[in-house]
Design a protein. Structure first.
Length: 144
């Protein structure tokens, strides 16, 4: 049975990964990527437009399925060697979260729903992923 995840990163970083077909979370740490399995569905939430920005973008910025390979490490220079996973990103509209909050299990009637975003990755229900996918105007088949 596939799982459904929300990862958190700035929109600019998500767009780089979307273009190149990968995901990277929690500053390139391996352990969160190991929780995600092939076939799982991932969506990115971007609190800001730019990394370390102060703007409030607060939108879902990508959605896709995890490919069948394991996490891998790359060299980016200056000793930074993050881990990544390959993703089959789908065509989708970047979508503000505000209108979805009353409908999502992870946020409905929760004043502190944003706290879980601090972890960089958290699991959500298929119900929530379906609402997000629909709002992003993408067609994805989810396990029920």
């Amino acid at each position: 049975m596939n799982k459904y995840w929300v990862a958190v990163a700035s929109a600019e970083h998500v767009r780089i990964g979307r273009e190149a077909g990968f995901m990277q979370i929690c500053h390139g740490k391996l352990s969160p990527l190991k929780r995600i399995k092939p076939g799982d569905v991932i969506t990115y939430y971007s609190p800001t437009e730019q990394f370390q920005g102060k703007d409030r973008y607060q939108s879902f910025t990508a959605i896709g399925t995890i490919k069948r390979n394991d996490p891998y490490q790359i060299e980016m220079g200056d000793g930074f060697c993050p881990f990544r996973r390959d993703v089959n990103w789908l065509k989708a509209l970047e979508t503000p979260i505000k209108e979805l909050l009353p409908q999502l299990d992870f946020s409905r009637e929760r004043k502190n729903w944003g706290y879980q975003l601090r972890f960089g990755l958290f699991e959500i229900s298929s119900h929530d992923m379906q609402i997000i996918a629909s709002a992003m105007q993408t067609n994805i088949r989810l396990d029920e």
